[in-house]
Design a protein around this ligand. Structure first.
Ligand SMILES: [Zn+2]
Length: 271
């Protein structure tokens, strides 16, 4: 009998112990998700502080004083993630698939290009340099609302009136986005004046050649292929609406001729 009693007691102890263990694990499992959520909360809050007003430095230094090494590691991971994202801001397309604009026939572009004051066929680099010396072609640099990309098939020069047009379009584009989350977005000019050699190298890829000549060879045209946002904080909708509005406005006023293409918008000054 005493043996049986002892065995019975051990069973009860095991039962009670097991129940206690179960309760402890349950409690731990219940607490852990809350702790993780709290860490995430701290980590997610921080970029918000940085994106906020000018009190950034004081807010982040006090946060650093209080945070644990684990929180610090999470915060650093979050910060480096947002930096790498900032470096990869995807451009917004400006082509016939995205923008809806009527096409002006290519013959109209050619007539306009030939009739611009002092326009001439830029046959080669010598002709181009001579045109620059005469002031018939002017160098084009980045400006408000637009930028020029590294050019492999054209030179960053235009007829003076066409350069003025580009500035006006850049200002109109920047004005459209001023005060919005997309302020600072610039449209990208991917092609300007081409010599005969550059034109021939483009070969079949060029959709604007007419009888072997292109309005790009008269300093009369440029191509816009993208808009570039300052960050990923806003999407492409506002920049795309803005470039559509600018192009349509200038086209309606009769200041430009447009050919919407597969990969860009071909623009020629009209007088
Ligand atoms: Zn073009």
């Amino acid at each position: 009998m005493p043996n049986e009693n002892r065995r019975y007691r051990w069973d009860r102890i095991t039962l009670v112990g097991g129940t206690l263990m179960f309760l402890v694990f349950s409690l731990a499992a219940w607490i852990t998700p809350d702790t993780a959520a709290a860490d995430e909360g701290i980590a997610l809050e921080h970029p918000g502080v940085e994106a906020g007003d000018g009190s950034e430095s004081s807010a982040s230094s006090s946060a650093e004083e209080q945070e644990s090494p684990a929180e610090s590691a999470v915060r650093q991971a979050m910060t480096s993630k947002s930096i790498s994202e900032a470096e990869e801001v995807k451009p917004c397309s400006c082509n016939r698939h995205v923008l809806k604009l009527p096409k002006n026939p290519y013959t109209d572009h050619e007539v306009a290009a030939r009739n611009l004051p002092n326009s001439f066929f830029v046959k080669d680099k010598n002709e181009l340099e001579a045109g620059k010396r005469r002031g018939d072609l002017v160098p084009v640099h980045d400006g408000r609302g637009y930028h020029i990309t590294a050019l492999s098939h054209s030179y960053a020069v235009l007829l003076p009136e066409v350069s003025d047009l580009l500035s006006d379009m850049g200002n109109a584009f920047a004005d459209e986005l001023e005060g919005t989350g997309s302020e600072g977005t610039r449209f990208r000019v991917t092609s300007l004046t081409r010599t005969e050699l550059q034109q021939s190298r483009l070969g079949r890829r060029n959709y604007n050649a007419f009888n072997g000549t292109s309005t790009h060879s008269f300093g009369a045209s440029f191509d816009i292929a993208y808009t570039d946002r300052p960050s990923n904080e806003t999407d492409c909708s506002a920049p795309t609406r803005a470039i559509q509005s600018v192009l349509r406005g200038f086209q309606k006023k009769g200041r430009i001729l447009v050919i919407p293409e597969k990969s860009c918008m071909h623009i020629t000054l009209r007088r």
